[in-house]
Write a protein that binds this ligand. Structure first.
Ligand code: F6R
Length: 260
């Protein structure tokens, strides 16, 4: 696991965008795994700027969302499909028909989750998966207690996550209780995981995920089991990392041939 500590959220956006840009340059038909929420916004902002000046293109890429609220149609402004369309796909040249997400309005949720798992495999798997982390250590919507081998399925949000996400709705009561989310096992199948965390509220979950024991109580700690993980944090989110100086030194003295 590589931990990259940068000054602030815009700098984290540049590192995340560097990883996605390198992938798109290498593999124009790449499969991207996209997170929603606040954490990836600096990455998306930087990607939009690069796409705008023609430095990168998403025209041949495919994308898979991590999760979706059960009961929200894609036209709902708080749905994750709406979020990705507006925050990334439309401002760049990512074709809408190649943006995939679980159908929040599927009549058969279990069948929809199984279909989504198959779709990811049929696309060849995810090349780079962007992730945020919840205050309780969730990735995707795998709340504490989620099996580290879990696949896409329905989950019940914790009260804390519903409170945290209330800013996208008309208050906490409007936040759906259920979501469909890629499982921890699904996420671990991606070839490169990039977790972006900024701000003091993320310091504790980041430290637990990176330096704590691997446990279902902190689903993000499962990242320790993956061979290629980049954790991009600003100084505030890095505040509780015991090995912060070592991570800084490692990044500073990285051999030039070694990519992120
Ligand atoms: C979103 C997702 C979640 C968020 C996490 C952090 O697709 O899967 O795991 O990444 O809740 O959210 P923010 O970035 O808003 O703090």
């Amino acid at each position: 696991m590589e931990v990259v500590i940068v000054a602030d959220a815009p700098a984290a956006g540049v590192v995340g965008a560097d990883i996605v840009s390198a992938l798109l340059t290498r593999t124009p038909a790449a499969v991207l795994g996209l997170a929603t929420g606040s954490s990836p916004l600096p990455v998306y902002g930087e990607l939009i700027r690069r796409s705008g000046r023609g430095a990168i293109s998403f025209a041949a890429a495919t994308a898979f969302l991590l999760d979706e609220y059960v009961g929200l149609p894609p036209s709902h402004p708080a749905s994750y499909r709406w979020f990705i369309d507006h925050e990334l796909a439309e401002p760049v040249d990512l074709p809408s028909e190649r943006v995939n997400g679980p159908d929040g309005c599927a009549a058969d949720v279990a069948a929809e989750c199984a279909r989504y798992e198959r779709a990811i495999v049929e696309a060849g798997g995810v090349d780079v998966q962007l992730l945020g982390i919840g205050a309780d250590g969730h990735i995707g919507f795998n709340e504490p207690g989620s099996s580290l081998g879990s696949r896409t399925r329905i989950k019940t949000l914790t009260e804390q996550t519903r409170r945290d996400n209330a800013r996208f709705f008309d208050g906490p009561d409007a936040v759906p209780r259920h979501v469909m989310t890629q499982g921890v096992g699904t996420i671990l199948d991606a070839r490169h995981l990039v977790l972006v965390a900024t701000g003091a509220a993320k310091a504790e979950p980041v430290a637990k995920a990176v330096e704590g024991p691997v446990t279902a109580m902190v689903p993000a700690s499962a990242l320790q089991l993956h061979p290629h993980v980049t954790v991009v944090v600003d100084e505030a989110a890095a505040a509780d990392l015991r090995l912060a100086d070592y991570y800084r030194e490692t990044f500073r003295s990285k051999p030039p041939w070694q990519q992120l």
